[in-house]
Design a protein around this ligand. Structure first.
Ligand code: PEP
Length: 254
């Protein structure tokens, strides 16, 4: 069992005033950094890049993450953000391969692997998202799809594997209010753990998060599963009370 990681993904939401209110309420409602450490729980928010500096100044015991990164180091790549730029603001984590980027920006497994590699090369921990669509689940392809997505990352980054976080996010559960049952999620997490174990002797230390409509009501049951090491939370991370309840659920099971 690793430390539990509760990560909010704000997606393209927020503004200066709302971010200040949300972070103020989250930080005020969290236990101290020492209490979180004693409970073996880490809390993270992955915010839109323009707000990294703002949230860095408000974060208290909350870690800072970004939602995407360039596979390039720098140069003539208009619109891209490099890992070094993210690091300048104290960013420690970055989501790569979120299904919204795979779908809307046609990101391939190979590109996601290169983004993970570039992150690792600059001391950022990539949160690699994997997960099947509803059609793939119904066709019995869940395991194959998830393994293929992760295999690309393992192939490129094998030697750095302990610095990864993996997030299993069934596409059909993201933002839909439909959640994988704890048993469905655990079954895929076990597959991911086995795949990581084949690639790294430290696989037990790689957090595997569940994401997909995790909320204050279902978090405890999901987080109680043996291979679910935390959550990647979209909608519920925008409401301080809900996010804090998920953190409390993680404390209770950690
Ligand atoms: C996500 O954006 O990664 C996510 C899991 O969203 P939601 O919690 O809203 O389903």
């Amino acid at each position: 069992m690793t430390k539990k990681l509760i990560a909010g993904n704000w997606k393209m939401n927020g503004n200066l005033a709302d971010n200040a209110a949300l972070m103020g309420a989250v930080v005020a409602g969290l236990p101290s950094a020492e209490a979180l450490e004693a409970a073996q729980v880490s809390v993270l928010v992955c915010v839109p890049a323009p707000y990294l500096a703002q949230v860095a100044a408000l974060r208290g015991p909350v870690d800072l993450g970004a939602q995407d990164v360039s596979p390039q180091k720098g140069g003539a790549y208009t619109g891209e953000v490099s890992p070094a730029m993210l690091k300048d603001f104290g960013t420690r984590f970055v989501i790569v391969g979120h299904s919204e980027r795979r779908q809307n920006h046609f990101e391939t497994n190979e590109l996601v692997a290169l983004k993970a590699q570039n992150s690792l090369a600059h001391g950022l921990t990539p949160i690699v998202c994997v997960g099947e669509t509803l059609a793939q689940r119904e066709a019995g392809e869940t395991e194959a799809v998830v393994k293929r997505q992760l295999a690309a990352v393992i192939h490129v980054n094998g030697h750095c594997l302990t610095e990864l976080v993996v997030a299993y996010e069934p596409v059909w559960a993201i933002g839909t209010g439909k959640t994988a049952t704890p048993e469905q999620a655990q079954a895929v997490h076990a597959v991911i753990r086995t795949q990581l174990q084949a690639a790294s002797s430290n696989a037990k230390r790689i957090p595997i998060l569940y994401g997909g409509s995790m909320n204050a009501s279902n978090a405890a049951a999901l987080l109680a599963q043996p291979d679910i090491d935390g959550g990647l939370i979209g909608g519920a991370a925008l409401k301080a009370a809900d996010f804090l309840q998920i953190v409390a659920a993680a404390q209770a099971v950690a």
